[in-house]
Write a protein that binds this ligand. Sequence first.
Ligand code: ZN
Ligand code: ZN
Length: 127
Amino acid sequence: MTSELRNCLACGRLFVGSAPVCPDCRRAEDAAFERVRAYLADNPAASVRETCEATEVALGLLHRFVEEGRLVLAASAGITCKVCGAPITTGRLCPDCQAELQRAQDKAAPSANRHSGGFYSRRSDHQ
Ligand SMILES: [Zn+2]
Ligand SMILES: [Zn+2]
């Protein structure tokens, strides 16, 4: 984690930190998140639009909660896979496209695995 000077994604103010939004907006987002979570606990089948209207949380913010995987909505809520358009409940992609993307990334950048923990061995190098 690096702290650096950046613009808040929500209000545009400069702040130092590693989060996408400034501490003030972070607090506001957390409060909004709690409202959404409480609403969905009572209305698990609510659509994105209904949730927006009931909680007065901005649509963009609601989508961000879902894309970050913080929120899981009903399959009928209106969230769709960014690639194929299939209904999903959380994240950005359906499981199929997620797996496809992962395969493509593994193929394109096999050395990226070196970042995850440092074990990187190829048996074929040591016959
Ligand atoms: Zn802010
Ligand atoms: Zn998909």
